[in-house]
Design a protein around this ligand. Structure first.
Ligand code: MRU
Length: 339
């Protein structure tokens, strides 16, 4: 089953805050429900946020009473604003919303036809993501050898995408080719996407996975317990990769130890008109840091910094794995011109 699906005017997905212990299906019917699900990370992961935004606009179109195209365009514009105010960092959400808005604005048919067009375009965005991830997996598997131990951070798996995953797509494809690989997953503080989602996905698929805390990365690199890193991305700009907080530290440690550091991402993650300084890094609420499993761990009133993402300069990245191929450090410029 896909992580997100359009079914008779409803968006079906799984509440990722409940995994791995409970599988709760969400049936999202309105743009406000979609915005709530995104804000609270029930739906998360950059490519999935793209599909979620697209389906959010499909919900608006599907349930709109507008019988004039202009009215529908206003409603879609308002819904896009709501979606864009949820989480600022993953560009996929903005990319998908803008793609649908542009398509709707250019359309010359009537309101009823436009509603169908928006729903179809959202489905196309989801289908393209599923296809891109398979290609990323196939391309990236070439970089993986029999016996490799691959470290991944956060969750760039099936749950972060419409299907298959980006970083975990590479791991899945290599595993399917019969390569005997092992994965080290970081727990990914503070919201534990690595422990709750990555370890769960891999374990379920029978791929050997060992969980570590984020602060153990230096130890496993020093001890040569890992020989490749593959992560996903929330936004790739001209000079950096923006991904889950902690990625930069993993990249620096990998470089220090001569471990290749790969980033797997589809075209919806690229924002090559911008530089790292232009990206808004989401700041989340302090209780995510002062509490663990809803129990306070820090003294009351402790000041907190809680950026959800960090910035890894391109010089730390050995190659980018894209649906169109593998781009090594020396080819990044060529790559930037191509997509
Ligand atoms: O805060 P999240 O869980 O949405 O963050 C997700 C990540 O940082 C992933 O690594 C990234 O979106 C890549 S997913 C293919």
């Amino acid at each position: 089953m896909r992580t997100i699906e359009w079914r008779d005017g409803t968006v079906i997905t799984v509440d990722q805050t409940k995994l791995p212990h409970e599988t709760v299906t969400l049936k999202i019917k309105t743009i406000d429900e979609m915005a709530e699900a995104i804000k609270n990370l029930r739906v998360r992961g950059a490519p999935l946020l793209g599909a979620a935004a697209a389906f959010g606009l499909a919900l608006t179109a599907c349930h709109s009473k507008a019988n004039r195209k202009e009215k529908l365009l206003t409603e879609l514009g308002n819904s896009a604003k709501i979606l864009k105010s949820t989480r600022p960092t993953a560009v996929n959400l903005f990319w998908a919303a803008d793609r649908i808005l542009a398509k709707a604005q250019d359309y010359s048919g009537n309101a009823e036809e436009l509603k169908m067009l928006v729903i179809r375009e959202a489905q196309r965005i989801a289908d393209e993501d599923a296809e891109a991830n398979r290609s990323i997996g196939k391309n990236g598997a070439e970089l993986i050898n029999d016996g490799d131990v691959i470290l991944t951070h956060c969750n760039a798996g099936e749950l972060a995408t419409v299907e298959y995953g980006t970083a975990l797509g590479v791991i899945r494809a290599a595993w399917k080719q019969g390569k005997k690989i092992k994965v080290i997953a970081t727990e990914t503080r503070p919201l534990l996407q690595g422990a709750r989602l990555t370890a769960y996905e891999l374990k379920r698929d029978g791929i050997p996975v060992t969980l570590i805390t984020d602060s153990m990365v230096g130890y496993v690199m020093y001890k040569r317990l890992v020989n490749k890193v593959v992560v996903g991305a929330d936004r790739i700009v001209q000079d950096a990769v923006v991904n889950k907080i902690g990625t930069f530290a993993v990249a620096v440690l990998a470089n220090e130890h001569g471990v290749p550091f790969y980033v797997a991402a589809p075209k919806s993650t690229f924002d090559l008109k911008r530089k790292a300084g232009d990206v808004t890094i989401e700041e989340r609420k302090p209780t995510e840091v002062t509490h663990f499993a809803n129990k306070p761990t820090a003294a009351q009133g402790t000041d907190v910094l809680n950026p959800a993402f960090d910035i890894t300069p391109l010089k730390y990245i050995s190659a980018i794995i894209h649906e169109s191929g593998i781009y090594y450090k020396q080819d990044f410029c060529k790559f930037a011109n191509q997509i």
